[in-house]
Ligand binder design. Structure first.
Ligand SMILES: Nc1ncnc2c1ncn2[C@@H]1O[C@H](COP(=O)(O)OP(=O)(O)OP(=O)(O)O)[C@@H](O)[C@H]1O
Length: 340
């Protein structure tokens, strides 16, 4: 009888964003992976979007924390709290009745200890089954790629903390590359650039806005400008300066180049038959960072291969996790860990 109330939950536990998909409802949570806790009591005061607004803005009683950093778990307890809060929020029935089956997409570089921690955290919510899948594999399934076929597909997933490169065929990621460089490194590079060139202090959220608004990896037909507000640390006063896309392109060139080098490195060690497939089909870019202007063009230029950015690059891991639950027997070979 309990089967009537049970539900399947797909989760993308990302460094930057966490998404939750519930069978029959679609994606019901899409929030930054940020949590705010009270300094004295360690009580959680905000989670997701509310907590992200507090990043870099709180020096008082609450502090906002990103519990995932560089594609790994930086704070186990807070990741547990985040997962449990989100899972409880989406369940329509009490946990002991709902007993959900959960698939979580995790970064490629996650260690065994972290794998265990994620499984335990989800199990503690009352989940009946927990399965983990690497993000590029989940992304490929979410895009509708037939991952079981003997044809190679190169997926480059550029997230907040990491860029994962996987060549997927026959239910396996055959030649992997994972660099701990993603959108966050670009934001940090912008913070450093403004400090050294303009004596202007800005927080990571402002740097992220600059990247999204005028960031690029290749010269733009029409270069962009924007006004940036920050604290002039020499004068000790707030200041606004105009910033152009060409200088931001220079500022983020190092992380962008590191990602492209990782793609080239992965290509150089790909098996010949799979290389031929990639030559025919091109490289598929996904993850939020793939939306950086001109990144596809730059990778195309540097590799000589065609490059496609998928339409909805920030949701395909979560959709893939959900799709795995629709046909668990078919997708069992792609799972990296399970607890039933
Ligand atoms: N339009 C855009 N241009 C450039 N970067 C963007 C854009 N939109 C989002 N991003 C960046 O994408 C990153 C988040 O992507 P995503 O949600 O796929 O990461 P994640 O899955 O949480 O991280 P990870 O894969 O490292 O675990 C952030 O760094 C964000 O700033």
């Amino acid at each position: 009888m309990f089967g009537l109330f049970s539900c399947d939950i797909g989760i993308d536990l990302g460094t930057a964003n966490t998404l939750v998909h519930v069978a029959g409802q679609g994606i019901v949570i899409n929030e930054p992976t940020v949590i705010a806790v009270d300094r004295k009591s360690n009580r959680v005061t905000a989670i997701g979007g509310e907590a992200k607004k507090m990043l870099g803005r709180t020096s008082g009683e609450s502090r906002a924390i990103r519990p995932m950093r560089d594609g790994v778990i930086a704070d186990f307890e807070l990741v547990e709290t985040l997962l449990q809060t989100f899972i409880k929020r989406v369940l329509r029935y009490p946990l002991w009745v709902a007993k959900p089956r959960v698939v979580v997409g995790v970064p490629n570089g996650i260690t065994e200890v972290e794998t265990r921690a994620v499984i335990d955290a989800v199990k503690m919510t009352g989940a009946k089954e927990v399965h983990l899948v690497h993000e590029p594999m989940a992304a490929a399934i979410g895009m509708g790629i037939p991952v079981e076929e003997p044809v190679g597909n190169m997926i480059v997933d550029i997230g907040g903390g990491t860029s994962d490169i996987a060549v997927i065929a026959l239910n396996k990621s055959d030649c992997n590359g994972s660099v701990r460089v993603g959108g966050d490194e670009m934001d940090e590079a912008i913070v450093r650039y403004l400090r050294t060139q303009y004596n202007l202090c800005v927080g990571e959220s402002t740097a992220e806005q600059i990247k999204i608004q005028i960031g690029s990896a290749s010269p733009l037909e029409e270069e962009l400008t924007m006004e940036v507000k920050g604290l002039d640390f020499i004068a000790g006063m707030p200041r606004t300066i105009p910033i152009g896309s060409a200088e931001i392109r220079d500022a983020i060139n190092e992380p962008v180049t590191a990602i492209i080098e990782a793609v080239k490195q992965a290509l150089s060690i790909t098996l010949p038959e799979l290389s031929a497939d990639i030559y025919d089909k091109g490289i598929i870019l996904t993850g939020g960072g793939s939306q950086l202007r001109g990144l596809d063009e730059r990778i195309r230029k540097e590799t000589g291969l065609s490059v496609n950015v998928i339409d909805d690059p920030m949701t395909c891991v979560c959709k893939g996790a959900a799709r795995i639950l629709e046909d668990l027997d078919k997708y069992r070979p792609v799972l990296v860990a399970s607890s039933t």
